[in-house]
Design a protein around this ligand. Sequence first.
Ligand SMILES: [Zn+2]
Length: 82
Amino acid sequence: MKPNKKGPVTTVNVYCQQCKTQLFRYRKGGKGALVKCFKERISENFTLEPCVCPTCQMTFAREALIRGTPAYKLIGGKVFVR
Ligand SMILES: [Zn+2]
């Protein structure tokens, strides 16, 4: 059997909870809720300013370094994924 070290990767769409604008297309690894987005895994970015919804100007995330990798930490309840 061939080992699969990377695990399954699903592309998900991340939307603003308030106005339903799409913010990212993101290549998510593993299971569970999306709580952070590594910048290198964002396949399309629809925001104009980092962490701010381009339509309603709500801040939906904070920039962070996770084990040295630039990422956005999503603020709970500000986005939804599908
Ligand atoms: Zn919005």
